[in-house]
Ligand binder design. Structure first.
Ligand SMILES: Nc1ncnc2c1ncn2[C@@H]1O[C@H](COP(=O)(O)OP(=O)(O)OP(=O)(O)O)[C@@H](O)[C@H]1O
Ligand SMILES: [Mg+2]
Length: 211
């Protein structure tokens, strides 16, 4: 496993070492310890970690992996900032930026081998998976601050650009119910322009979003 060198510190001035992190679906199993996050280690973790290490080596900013603790949990860098969910809806510039971030992740993933999709169970599998993807690119997994970083890579696995982008477009609230069509369209355009989607991808996206 690729472990970057980050000094693991205890959080100063706080009595207990472990602090439950909320905001996800796995309440109780994600905790902060100093400048690290501890999460359960699963069967998929080794593959997910090599994917993340490969992305980081391709200059994608993702949480540093710091090994495994005495309780067998993953140790991951705690990224300082604000979860984007609390700023939703993101403005046009932010949507463009998120689109760009996702493009960089997808482009960097092109040269990373994918595990056998048949042996990889995903809640919403894509048709004909051909790319390692995050699979939960959403405001609840984006830290914004000095760095903008997607966290929570545990659901990564074989998928497609289209599926991953469609999920992200929906999750970032690009199509808010009741929103005037013009403003929804310009927000979606900013997101897709940020990604730099080609005509084929643009044409396929609306159907994939509602799938
Ligand atoms: N590396 C990190 N840096 C900063 N904050 C983090 C990090 N990892 C988790 N968090 C915080 O903890 C919350 C829950 O963590 P995470 O998203 O990893 O788990 P989860 O969403 O509960 O898991 P799952 O998506 O599998 O249900 C996040 O919403 C975020 O606020
Ligand atoms: Mg999460």
């Amino acid at each position: 496993m690729n472990c970057d060198s980050v000094e693991i510190t205890k959080e100063a001035g706080v009595g207990a070492d472990e602090h439950e992190l909320t905001g996800g679906n796995t309440a109780g199993s994600v905790v902060r310890v100093g400048n690290t996050v501890r999460k359960p280690w699963t069967n998929n973790t080794p593959v997910v970690h090599s994917y993340l290490a490969a992305l980081r080596s391709r200059h994608v900013d993702a949480p540093r992996l710091l090994g495994r603790d005495e309780d067998g949990r993953q140790i991951v860098e705690f990224v300082e900032g604000t979860i984007a969910l609390s700023q939703r809806p993101l403005d046009i510039d932010a949507l463009r930026r998120v689109g760009r971030m996702i493009r960089r992740i997808h482009d960097a993933s092109e040269s990373i081998p994918i595990p056998d999709p048949d042996g990889w169970k995903l809640p919403l599998p894509a048709d004909n998976p051909n790319l390692m993807c995050h699979n939960d690119l959403a405001p609840w997994n984006l830290v914004t601050g000095d760095r903008w970083v997607f966290i929570d890579w545990d659901g990564a696995g074989p998928s497609t650009r289209l599926w991953d982008l469609a999920y992200a477009a929906q999750a970032f609230g690009v199509l808010n119910q009741g929103e005037p069509v013009e403003s929804a369209a310009s927000r979606l355009r900013a997101f897709v322009d940020g990604y730099g989607a080609d005509t084929l991808l643009r044409e396929a996206l609306p159907a994939a979003i509602v799938k």
